[in-house]
Write a protein of this length. Structure first.
Length: 363
């Protein structure tokens, strides 16, 4: 398995620990499924994982994938640059939480195309995560989750608010001071500092189609491999494309199955009254993004079933329905009509009487 997000594989062979790099936007630059697979690989090998973070955040549901793995494997988190939005929440679940002395934390309310109800559920979940181990006050949480603005904390404030357990001083400084920056500018500044050695070989790595975290020895090995396999390039490219097409087909089939499964789940919820019909599309979209969360959410919703009472429709001379009468009403006010039903329309009379009897049994 190719290690895309691992820093120089096992970084400390003495204690068998490894650094994984959560650098970039979740769901875009960071493929969270691949990221979690690498975490699983290291965990099975008995390696302790430290998650280095420099990220603008991204998809909430993608963040949930990584949070679950961090908690399951007892990984540590280390904010080396920016921990914004969902990346800051991920940092909170580390077994030990550290931050570089120049690190920055940003939090805000969740947003996106989901329904108002779903965003409310996510907001409550994120609030609990932020409060779990910090000393953030209710006022702090309200300021973060009211959706009006981004809330920024420097490293010292993070430590004072209990969002990290330890501050780390490295001695490195940003080459350019970034003032009044947005989260993307801050990310680029930190990314430039963190990856300054790698960036010098960026064109070489790109030419050899190697990931950013490869070493000089990896480059030499790749060049030798290309020389040895020069005569087989055409066949290898064909085989590689076939494999890509196969993977693409499998992914499309898996996605189609997920869409069908999510659609069935939500349509059943609409039928049972757990989901309003006009919100069906929003819930289906959310279920595709995180099926288990939506399934559990819908499963927790209780619906009170209304009793059905058989009635007789009354029409005017034009055939338009003007009223509906049940057994109780006809027995008290129109006994002759009820008797006529008994004699001439026994099926309707039995339905009225059964509904009347069941009503008193239920009560």
């Amino acid at each position: 398995m190719e290690l895309i997000y691992t820093e120089s594989d096992v970084t400390n062979k003495n204690d068998n620990s490894v650094n994984m790099l959560l650098y970039g936007e979740l769901g875009k630059k960071v493929d969270t499924t691949q990221f979690v697979k690498e975490m699983q690989l290291h965990n099975k090998a008995g390696r302790h994982i430290q998650l280095k973070i420099n990220s603008v955040g991204g998809s909430v549901f993608s963040g949930y994938e990584i949070m679950d793995a961090v908690e399951e494997f007892g990984a540590d988190t280390y904010i080396v640059g920016l921990a914004a939005s969902m990346a800051g929440v991920i940092a909170q679940v580390g077994k030990t939480r550290k931050a570089n002395h120049r690190a920055v934390f940003m939090a805000h309310a969740p947003s996106g195309g989901g329904s108002k109800d779903l965003l409310g559920i996510i907001r409550n979940t994120l609030s609990k995560e932020l409060k779990e181990r910090s000393v953030l006050t209710e006022e702090d949480i309200t300021n973060i989750m009211d959706g009006k603005k981004d809330i920024w904390y420097d490293a010292q404030t993070m430590y004072e608010k209990g969002l990290v357990d330890q501050l780390v001083t490295t001695g490195k400084k940003l080459t350019n001071v970034v003032n009044n920056s947005n989260k993307n500018e801050l990310f680029e500044a930190y990314d430039s500092l963190i990856n300054f050695k790698i960036n010098k070989m960026e064109k070489v790595l790109m030419q050899l189609e190697l990931p950013e975290n490869r070493t000089e020895a990896d480059i030499v090995s790749a060049v030798k491999g290309l020389q040895a396999e020069a005569g087989k390039v055409t066949n290898l490219e064909t085989e590689n494309q076939d494999l890509k097409d196969e993977v693409k087909t499998l992914k499309e089939e898996k996605q189609a199955d997920l869409v069908a499964k999510a659609t069935k789940l939500v349509k059943n919820a609409v039928k049972t009254g757990k989901c309003p019909e006009d919100k069906e599309a929003d819930w289906i979209e959310a279920a595709i993004a995180n099926y288990d969360l939506v399934s559990n959410t819908l499963g927790s919703i209780s619906v009170v079933k209304q009793k059905k009472v058989a009635v007789v429709s009354v029409t005017n001379k034009d055939g338009e329905k003007v009223a509906e009468k049940d057994f109780d009403y006809m027995a008290k006010n129109e006994p002759e009509a009820l008797a006529d039903l008994f004699e001439n329309d026994r099926e309707k009379y039995d339905a009225l009487e059964k509904a009347h009897t069941n009503k008193f049994k239920t009560n």
